[in-house]
Design a protein around this ligand. Structure first.
Ligand code: AMP
Length: 326
């Protein structure tokens, strides 16, 4: 019997099973090693200057019973200079520059699978911000497939964090090479580990596939069981199935097959307990740019003037404007 690719889109093998060959879906990460590797590499990359953290102050805005975390950027200059340099090089060379291919070896954390590796985010706002990047070029506007979810399941088992994907420029992606991201929890030293998590938990206590009544933007959320002692293959299938169900529920149906174009821009948020999809129509509301973290209740503004604008307009209204009304 042949199995459709989207039902079993990967193979999981240990290196001993296939000496000398690397099969798609081969897990390469040594279990239990990712967090330590990220810590060690961060310390090294800081000393050699490869890592250029962006420092921020933060405040909270209370809305709908949620404390929205707002970070105020302090030193964007380095990242902006790098972006200008990337555009200039692209013009000179007549093709887009790709910071992930080749990647900076000083930012390399670990091989995850035969298709994905893990890098440090060069301009990190939180410590140990990981990028889960495809080895070969794939577009950020392709649907996520089984190989992406295999790499994600492996990383999520290692790091208790919030994983996310900015599907396309309108969803906040700045790089066209496919990269999932993973930030360890908590997102800030005080407050909820993820600001919107209490609302999500309350909604998921009533139904396993639902919407959060307090959130005014179009979205869908589903319960996950990634902490359960299930075989890796089952956890990957759970992620892949839930992704396709959520995408369909928000009007972006896809199969999650290799090479498939995404039907539209969206943000994906994943913890061990839940997954959320938010369709997007624009990158920013006025001066405020939003990526997946915004929908987790962690927003970022350039300066105090923009913080005031965010307060005046209301964070939930900003999220509704960059997404769609319910
Ligand atoms: P996004 O903006 O969501 O597409 O995520 C891409 C991330 O890549 C950004 O957060 C950047 O900080 C980060 N980045 C940019 N250049 C590099 C680089 N050379 N190496 C590693 N990360 C980078």
């Amino acid at each position: 019997m042949s199995i459709p690719e989207f039902d079993l889109p990967f193979m999981i093998q240990s290196p001993e099973n296939s000496p000398g060959t690397i099969a798609p879906g081969l897990v390469l990460l040594e279990p239990g090693s990712l967090a330590l590797a990220a810590e060690r590499q961060s310390a090294y990359a800081l000393t050699c200057g490869a890592l250029q953290p962006i420092s921020t102050e933060y405040e909270f805005i209370e809305i709908a019973g949620v404390q929205i975390l707002v970070r105020i950027l302090a030193n964007l200059a380095l990242k902006e200079a790098a972006n200008r340099q990337q555009s200039k090089m692209a013009q000179t060379e007549g093709k887009p520059q790709n910071p992930f291919l080749p990647y900076d070896p000083d930012l390399f954390v670990a091989d995850i699978t035969s298709t994905h590796l893990c890098l440090l985010n060069k301009f990190n706002v939180v410590d140990h911000h990981l990028l889960i990047v495809t080895r070969d070029f794939e577009a950020q506007t392709q649907a996520l497939n089984g190989y992406d979810f295999l790499a994600l399941a492996v990383c999520l088992a290692e790091v208790e964090g919030l994983a996310f994907y900015n599907g396309g420029q309108a969803a906040g992606a700045s790089q066209p090479h496919k990269h999932l991201q993973l930030v360890p929890l908590p997102l800030a030293p005080v407050g909820e580990p993820i600001p919107i998590a209490p609302l999500v938990d309350a909604a998921l206590a009533k139904a396993e596939f639902t919407q959060v009544p307090e959130l005014p933007f179009r979205h869908q959320v589903a319960r996950l069981d990634q902490s359960a002692p299930l075989p890796l293959v089952d956890r990957v299938l759970e992620l892949h199935d839930r992704y396709r169900q959520l995408m369909a529920a928000v009007g972006l149906p896809c199969q999650g097959a290799v090479g498939e174009a995404q039907p539209g821009a969206y943000n994906l948020l994943v913890t061990r307990q839940w997954m959320m999809v938010v369709p997007r129509r624009q990158e920013r509301a006025g001066p405020i740019a939003v990526n997946s973290l915004g929908f987790a209740g962690a927003m970022l503004v350039r300066d105090r003037a923009h913080l005031q604008q965010l307060r005046d307009y209301g964070p939930l209204m900003v999220l509704q404007q960059v997404g769609y009304p319910k």
